[in-house]
Design a protein around this ligand. Structure first.
Ligand code: GSH
Length: 217
């Protein structure tokens, strides 16, 4: 088996890969790269991932980036049935979810969490946030709609998509964001099911996240 090292920052989108690795039964190491402390921009980390983002997964001598690609790799490498194999359509449903989370849901948070990536002038941040909030609500409600009647994102079986959903649930419940978000009963129930799994808290705790600080911005 290849040697796997995941580079992850607390509560970042890399958490999905961290939990998926823990669920996968694969042997792996985690290297915590704290974005808040600028560790993603150190020379050492940039040698691993010149793009300076997490997640990154070192697989022997190669480095794989992008959460969706890493989750797909974990699902394909593990024997834990974390990605559907029974049909092309079932498989495509997993990618439909992951692509939606990467390209649309993650980005919908940006006006609130990283306005500086969208406009240079800080005096425009409140306006950007005002515009971003309705789009964020609409996008999160679409996640909730897609979860209706489902135990897990893909139906009856837990998959790599589920911890990816948890990342954005946690972001949506941040104390500075939750006042802007509608009730999402299906997603709330889904998150509660993930929080019951040992792997989830093992990874959160390893990243320094506890029930007491999970909602802190
Ligand atoms: N498209 C990338 C996005 C990766 C990304 O933006 N990660 C954030 C953490 S959630 C990051 O590394 N941010 C560092 C920064 O803001 O420069 C993926 O899906 O993996």
């Amino acid at each position: 088996m290849p040697q796997l090292t995941l580079f992850a920052s607390p509560r970042a989108c890399s958490l999905a890969c961290h939990i998926a690795l823990e669920e996968s039964g694969l042997s792996y190491n985690v290297n915590i790269v704290k974005i808040r402390e600028g560790q993603h921009l150190t020379e050492e980390y940039l040698r691993t991932n010149p793009w300076g983002k997490v997640p990154a997964l070192r697989i022997d001598d190669e480095v794989l980036t992008e959460a969706q690609a890493i989750l797909s790799y974990i699902g394909d490498t593990s024997s834990a049935s974390l990605l559907p194999r029974e049909s092309a359509l079932a498989r495509a449903r997993a990618h439909e979810w992951m692509n939606f989370l990467t390209a649309t849901v993650h980005i919908a948070f940006r006006p609130l969490t990283k306005p500086q990536y969208l406009v240079a002038d800080p005096s425009l941040f409140p306006k950007l946030q005002e515009l971003g909030i309705p789009n964020l609500r609409k996008t999160l409600l679409e996640v909730d709609r897609r979860l209706e009647g489902r135990t897990w994102a893909l139906g009856d079986n837990y998959s790599v998509v589920d911890p990816y959903l948890l990342v954005f649930w946690i972001w949506s419940q941040r104390e500075d964001i939750v006042p802007h978000v509608a009730d999402m009963p299906n997603w709330k129930a889904h998150a509660a099911r993930i929080f019951e799994r040992d792997a989830t808290w093992k990874c959160l705790n390893r990243e320094g996240v506890t029930p007491d600080n999970i909602a802190n911005a």
